[in-house]
Design a protein around this ligand. Structure first.
Ligand code: NAP
Length: 544
């Protein structure tokens, strides 16, 4: 049971475990630790559950994982009772699903909403984590679990005059709960990543005028979404446990697995037929289910990039505009592929224009709109789809301090140092679900989240059973894991390109150098390493 320590008017609530964040990972971690008999409490900044699906409520937000492969798989009844309406569901449906899960397992009684964690300090003498919320409330626990998500620290660009803009301005990751009306308005969208691409398609439907400010084009591919009819629902219900098991055994938790052949094992005609089939198929197949060397070998990748470039040329009426939409500084799939439904055709509409800000950079934001090196554009609304301080940002925005007051942020200033991406070096009893160097950040995320959560649950159970109260990874294990992670990305073309995968964010000082933040060894190898660790009695940790 939770207890109230301290005598002052500001009592400190004490728990066995505190979880930061009530998204997909925080919700399941709460349930799994509660089932061990621990007193657990979740502090969540938002007013509801859902994490990334709670915050990213911009029009157009939807899955690009197959809906039915995305839900929790840990409970067969939950799996059987939920029906997704589309193969790639829109954000409101996903948020309804996560609220359903919260109701079904009575999670809310252990969650404090509107509770943003400001600081977390490890109290060595008591072997407790002491946390402080922004409003001054305090709490303490033996175990601290970060479930803050890898894409939850929105980043605004730093343009002069941003505060002076007289119209509406939104970041996609902090989209208002009230409806935002585009109809009849002159709207700017800055950013053409996976978010911008989804938003642009929606805004173009009703805005009087949409102006897209593109710094770098991305390679996008058709989502090929469709509704799920009654017969398909029945088939899914029968097959879902197997599908989930297959995803769990796949490289990145998806139903898509790479074709074992090389691009060059087949004739040009066969290759074109495979590319055509993947371009017409739903989801990430063209990215993750393609010939095995498309993400490894520049020549193989060039074949695929050429194919997709021709598709773009075929879909955009103005040839000069089509060229602006085709990336030239990286190959297809070497950054996260935005999935689209009519994205390129948007640029054939008379109400849509593209401003290539690599040629005419934004100089400033003015009260009326956006001024580039060439001219001023007037707007009623500016939408910033400018992304996140990925993976590290949501943790760095909390003042996490370990023994001796050492700041987490400083400890990985030269790149994250963790063991298994689950515990940073030197921070006892602190676990990072979907943390840096963890397979879950390059994954159909709930598949990997379940692995992360269950591993932490089993570790805590082991500690309870053995009367242990403190755990931290050994330095040599951290060193070896960090090297394993960095070696693993070297062979991938990802490593040659700037992206959030590689920790590069031009909007953040000190984040211009590539430093891989994910794990590229794949879920099966990652799971094996984690399982071996548990089976060895957690030999790479110091337990006391
Ligand atoms: P992102 O991929 O980082 O893209 C940010 C965009 O904003 C880029 O086009 C970037 O241009 C541009 N930008 C940033 N700063 C700018 C500046 N100062 N001036 C002009 N342009 C600027 O962020 P995101 O699109 O939000 O996506 C992040 C990740 O979220 C995705 O990769 C994906 O993993 C996830 N996501 C998932 C879904 C889904 O599952 N359905 C949907 C959306 C997003 P540069 O490329 O030139 O830097």
């Amino acid at each position: 049971m939770a207890s109230q320590a301290a005598s002052s008017a500001n009592p400190v609530a004490e728990y066995d475990a505190i979880i930061i964040g009530a998204g997909i990972s925080g919700m399941y971690q709460l349930l799994s630790l509660r089932r061990l008999g621990l007193s657990v409490h979740v502090f969540e900044a938002g007013t509801g559950v859902g994490g990334v699906w709670y915050w990213n409520r911009y029009p157009g937000a939807r899955f690009d994982s197959e809906s039915w492969s995305y839900g929790y798989g840990f409970d067969k009844d939950l799996l059987a009772e939920w029906e997704w309406s589309e193969n790639f569901a829109a954000q409101p449906e996903t948020l309804r699903y996560l609220n359903h899960v919260a109701d079904r397992f009575d999670l809310r009684r252990d969650i404090s909403f509107k509770s943003r964690v400001k600081a977390a300090r490890y109290d060595e003498s008591a072997n407790l984590w002491r946390i402080e919320l922004e409003d001054g409330r305090r709490a303490a626990a033996r175990f601290l679990v970060s479930a803050v998500g890898p894409l939850s620290a929105p980043v605004m660009p730093k343009y002069e005059g941003m505060a002076s803009f007289a119209g509406e301005a939104y970041h996609t990751g902090l989209w208002p709960h009230e409806p935002v009306e585009f109809s009849g308005k002159r709207v700017a969208v800055i950013g053409t990543g996976a978010t911008g691409v989804q938003l642009i398609q929606e805004v173009a439907k009703s805005a009087a005028q949409l102006t897209v400010f593109q710094r770098s084009p991305n390679w996008c591919a058709p989502l090929n979404n469709s509704p799920i009819d009654a017969a398909e629902q029945q088939r899914l219900k029968r097959e879902l446990p197997d599908i989930i098991a297959r995803c769990n055994a796949s490289f990145a938790g998806f139903i898509h697995e790479a074709d074992r052949r090389s691009v060059f094992d087949v004739t040009p005609a066969e290759r074109a037929a495979v590319f055509e089939q993947l371009y017409a198929a739903p989801g990430f197949g063209i990215w993750l289910g393609n010939f095995r060397d498309t993400l490894l070998d520049e020549k193989a990748n060039a074949e695929l990039s050429r194919f997709v470039a021709d598709k773009i040329r075929g879909r955009v009426n103005d040839p000069a505009l089509a060229e602006k939409l085709i990336p030239t500084n990286h190959g297809f799939g070497t950054r996260r592929v935005p999935m689209e439904t009519g994205y390129y055709e948007v640029y054939n509409q008379p109400n849509v224009q593209l401003v290539d800000i690599s040629a005419t950079p934004i100089a400033r934001i003015t009260p009326r709109g956006i001024e580039t090196a060439e001219r001023e554009f007037e707007f009623d609304m500016i939408c910033y789809a400018t992304g996140f301080d990925a993976v590290l940002g949501s943790l760095n925005r909390i003042d996490v301090r370990g023994p001796g007051g050492r700041a987490l942020k400083d400890s990985w200033a030269a790149g994250p140092r963790t063991y298994l991406g689950l515990q940073p070096e030197g921070f006892p009893n602190f676990f990072t679900l979907v943390g840096p160097h963890n397979a879950a950040s390059f994954c159909n995320i709930p598949r990997c989240i379940e692995q992360n959560v269950e591993w932490v649950r089993d570790l805590v159970a082991y500690m309870q059973a053995n009367g242990l109260t403190r755990i931290e990874p050994r330095s040599e294990a951290v060193e070896a894991w960090t090297q394993h992670v960095l070696d693993g990305v070297e062979k991938l073309l990802f490593s040659k390109v700037n992206s959030w995968f590689m920790g590069v964010n031009p909007n953040i000082p000190g984040r211009q150098q590539r430093h891989f933040l994910l794990y590229a060894g794949g879920l099966p190898l990652y799971r094996k390493r984690c399982d071996e660790e548990a089976a060895s009695g957690y030999g790479n940790f110091v337990l006391s």
